[in-house]
Design a protein around this ligand. Sequence first.
Ligand SMILES: [Zn+2]
Length: 69
Amino acid sequence: MHADILDEAAEREQQLIEIALANRPKPVMTFTGICHWCNEPIDKGHFCSDECRTDHERMVWAERQRSVA
Ligand SMILES: [Zn+2]
């Protein structure tokens, strides 16, 4: 009984975290012609590759966590 309630609470908490991550505001960026992460020249968007986008998002996320804590 108790274990079920704890499992349910943990599951709900995990869902809330996922929703928060999905809804977090995207950093506002202007087009500069270079990748925001590695400074490669690009034609459109803000990153030259998905890797750069992911690395940049992780950095922004980590920075935000630090400023909150
Ligand atoms: Zn890049």
